[in-house]
Design a protein around this ligand. Structure first.
Ligand code: F6R
Length: 608
């Protein structure tokens, strides 16, 4: 979603602002803009589309100035064009905004009635007009900012620049994240620590209801009544990582191939590689004492949670209630303080997941966060944080975060089983042994299947629809396969429980819709093969993703058979993720889509 940066600098800022925007590109956007103050005058450049277009504008017509703000916009109100791109200027006030101003139509009507003329279709412009009104009424920028913040409602992060106060930026947060970066004689604003990584690793995260006044000498943080509040300064982990593609064509490809390494790193936090035991005390949640688990998340993170449900129920005999966060938050489900809740989120900022977390917290549940960004809002609002340690995930389509989420959930489920006495010490050792072996198997699989997945992707790209089937943990994986394919190649795909085939989707089967069957040779295998028979009998074309034992046991004709090593059920969903990721990736590359930033998608979904 939208990205915000700001610099109160001692040297020209335009190039650095664009550089910081580039580091926010992964969030998804469709236009961009930058504004600076130079010799007491504000000016801006904006462009539809990619940052390259904005850079061309700046090259042709540079923007001097040592204070500035910049923005990547993911359109909500108004089409993605230059007029709607931020910063919005009204009478010496410049505003960039991430989120939604919920009472914007009411404010817009009120401002129009006062004779104000709007130049864009955005909700953001009301903020600029309100501020301009208050400055015209004689308020100083700080008073104008506080008054405006008491008028607008909704979810927003804002950065504001006043022409009559160069050398100061104002910012506010109510929902989407915003951080202040502390430099030497220079200060920064950014949507996340990744954006600010080249400038500083000293970060103060604003919390909801904070208004920051940022100058060369530091930041003062106020609540909306104007009372000063203290927020801690932290050292960010984001600077430890270099955000580049290395030798890969896309971040997604790099992130797929990074998985053996990052999973190994993640696992070392949860299990002992030598003794094959789960690290004791790794969890602030006592899974031994809870009566049940509620899990909520969105998209790929939700699908990781669904696989987690199978593990917690099987290994720890812990009942799990799970739903997508956009439903969970409004279902008003009865919850008990004897339950614990887990929220899974790569970014740690997803609005619906955060709202579900708050619902559970208000009901007295102990809250755990399975997150990649350890400084995120979801992490900060949780009792226990379970980092997935995947490193920054830049490709919009989640790959390494998904498998690291699974590795963490598997470790937690084993730990819960030990705590609840539902698995023996021998079982624990055996299960952890499989987890420890996993990174090596992943590296091997990635090497072996790459050429086959690449050539298969050429076939897949000829079709308009694809069906994925699986049973047990392969069912959520089927949904993840379909999600991955549709989001980056734009081919329509659905994931179904194989047993549901004859309850409807079988009507779609013909030679024009490949059916990808995910079936390790596990306890569900024979049943899944029966479903494959039903597909074959109707002329369906099957792509069979199985293991060596499964390939040997089935004689059905297939369009392709992808053979993986035989692995234990606990690691199968992670190993079987690899072919579905590579298939989606190569299909998208072959079709020439924007793999890392697919159309209409955002990496960090900070609005409902
Ligand atoms: C799909 C994908 C999304 C995210 C979802 C939740 O590849 O990445 O479905 O999983 O938007 O995002 P987080 O995990 O940041 O809460």
């Amino acid at each position: 979603m939208c990205g915000i940066v700001g610099i109160v600098g001692t040297a020209p800022v335009a190039d650095r602002l664009v550089d910081a925007l580039r580091r926010l590109e992964y969030r998804g956007y469709d236009s961009a803009g930058v504004a600076t103050i130079h010799d007491g005058v504000m000016d801006r450049r904006r462009a539809e589309g990619k940052l390259l277009n904005l850079e061309k504008r700046l090259e042709a017509d540079p923007l001097p100035g040592t204070t500035g703000i910049a923005h990547t916009r993911w359109a909500t109100h108004g089409v993605p064009n230059e007029t709607n791109a931020h910063p919005h200027f009204v009478e010496g006030v410049a505003v960039v905004h991430n989120g939604i101003i919920e009472n914007f139509s009411e404010l817009r009507e009120e401002l129009k009635a006062e004779g104000r003329v709007f130049s864009s279709q955005t909700d953001t412009e009301v903020v600029a007009h309100l501020l301009a009104n208050y400055v015209r009424d004689g308020l100083d920028p700080r008073a104008a900012m506080l008054k405006m913040l008491n008028r607008v409602t909704g979810a927003y992060a804002l950065a504001v620049m006043f022409q009559n106060d160069p050398g100061t930026l104002m910012a506010a947060r109510s929902g989407p994240p915003l951080a202040v970066g502390h430099g030497k004689g220079e200060m920064f604003l950014g949507s996340d620590a990744i954006a600010l990584a080249p400038f500083t690793n000293e970060i103060t995260y604003l919390v909801d209801g904070d208004c920051a006044i940022v100058t060369h000498s530091g930041a003062t943080i106020l609540d909306y009544s104007g009372k000063e509040v203290n927020r801690p300064r932290q050292i960010s982990h984001a600077t430890a990582y270099v955000v580049d593609k290395g030798n890969h064509r896309h971040f997604m490809e790099k992130e797929i191939y990074e998985q053996p390494e990052v999973i190994s790193h993640a696992l070392s936090h949860y299990v002992d590689f030598a003794s094959h035991r789960v690290h004791p005390g790794v969890s602030a949640i006592d899974f031994g004492k809870v009566s049940g688990l509620a899990i909520s998340a969105c998209g790929t993170a939700y699908l990781a949670g669904l696989i987690g449900k199978y593990w917690f129920e099987r290994y720890a005999r812990l009942p799990v209630e799970i739903d997508v966060a956009s439903e969970f938050r409004y279902r008003e489900m009865p919850l008990s303080p004897s339950q614990a809740a887990l929220f899974i989120s790569q970014s740690g900022e997803t609005a619906d997941t955060l709202a579900s977390l708050r619902y559970c917290r208000d009901n007295g549940l102990k809250i755990g966060a399975v997150v990649n960004v350890r400084e995120s809002t979801i992490a900060r609002e949780s009792d226990a944080v379970f980092p997935i340690m995947a490193g920054p995930e830049i490709g919009v389509a989640s790959t390494k975060a998904f498998t690291c989420q699974l590795a963490v959930l598997a470790s937690l489920a084993i730990g819960a089983g030990v705590a609840r006495g539902t698995i023996s010490a021998k079982d624990e050792k055996e299960l952890v042994h499989h987890l420890v072996e996993m990174p090596r198997i992943m590296a091997q699989v990635l090497n072996i299947i790459q050429p086959q997945m690449e050539s298969l992707s050429r076939e897949i790209s000829k079709y308009k629809d694809v069906l994925y089937l699986g049973r047990g943990t392969s069912f959520p994986l089927a949904m993840e396969g379909a999600l991955k394919l549709k989001e980056i190649s734009y081919i329509h795909a659905e994931g179904y429980a194989a047993g549901e085939l004859k309850h409807g989707p079988i009507a779609l089967i013909d030679e024009n819709m490949p059916v990808i069957v995910i079936a390790p040779h596990d306890r569900f295998f024979d049943k899944t093969v029966s479903n494959m028979q039903e597909v074959a009998a109707r002329g369906g074309r099957i792509i069979f993703i199985t293991d060596a034992a499964g390939a040997a046991a089935s004689t059905l004709p297939t369009m392709a058979t992808i053979i993986l090593p035989v692995v234990d059920e606990i690691i199968a969903p992670i190993i079987f993720s690899l072919p579905i990721q590579l298939l989606a990736y190569h299909t998208a590359v072959f079709m020439g889509t924007d793999v890392d930033q697919p159309r209409n998608l955002a990496k960090s979904v900070t609005v409902e």
